[in-house]
Design a protein around this ligand. Sequence first.
Ligand SMILES: [Zn+2]
Length: 298
Amino acid sequence: MVGAWTLAATHAATVRIDTSKSPALKTWADSVLPIANEWYPRLGNLLASSEGHRLLDVTIRINPDFKGIAAASGPYIEISTDWITRHPEDSRGAVIHELVHVVQEYPPGQAGWLTEGIADYFRYAIYEALPLAEFPRPEKPQGYLDSYKVAAGFFFWLECGPAPGIVRQLNADLRSGKYQETLFTERTGRGLRDLWNDYLTALRPLPDLPREPRIWRHAKGSFEFQPNGTWTEFENGKPVWKFIEMARTPQYIEILDRPRNIRLRLTSPMVQLISKTGWATLYTGEWTAPPSTKQLTK
Ligand SMILES: [Zn+2]
């Protein structure tokens, strides 16, 4: 009966939205509240670092006098009435970002680029499911210090390949005040600055590719690159799955099928499954020359 007692005693943390100062945003609040209440405990689970870490009930105040965009302090979030009115399409993601801050509970003095990068990682990569290629990647040393969405894309790339689980580990280290940059080297064998360069290199498109199709034929069909940036798998001449390109090196191209969360690596001579279940070779085959211009325009 211990389990039943634990369940009964567990307090489900909730989010409420106070629109008393901005009654015109009541409809907006009614549409955001279910999302906030679904995602707040989920973010709590994703960022749990110890047993029994309890989430506080959150109050989101929609404030016509707030000068910034949004800010979190303890279990309170303030969001500008004017900003929501002008940016309704961004406002849900901003709520997710601020809810991450409530969950983080880091002691003062932690690196701001990590705190904001983790908040935007959960907003854009997890909640909005933005493809990796759409994160901004400034071509400069230590570009991750641009924080927010830039650092979020960098974490997303690390999670997708070099260091799965690193966001959770960063969060735990920041929360306990033990974070050190050596964490990146311990996890990957590469320093933080080198990893940033690896990220830029991996995502840098080959200059000629977007303009011409490319085909990788395997035993059951083919993967074909479309100039819009997606890859399509064909079987018996029919398209069966669409993939988004995740990373590219001179040796391989990595593609993701988001609905199935399957990640494949097109290499020569193999297609490898590199999803959570590990590495497995699926097919063998080879790159073939793209069709000539004559064939395309026929
Ligand atoms: Zn923030």
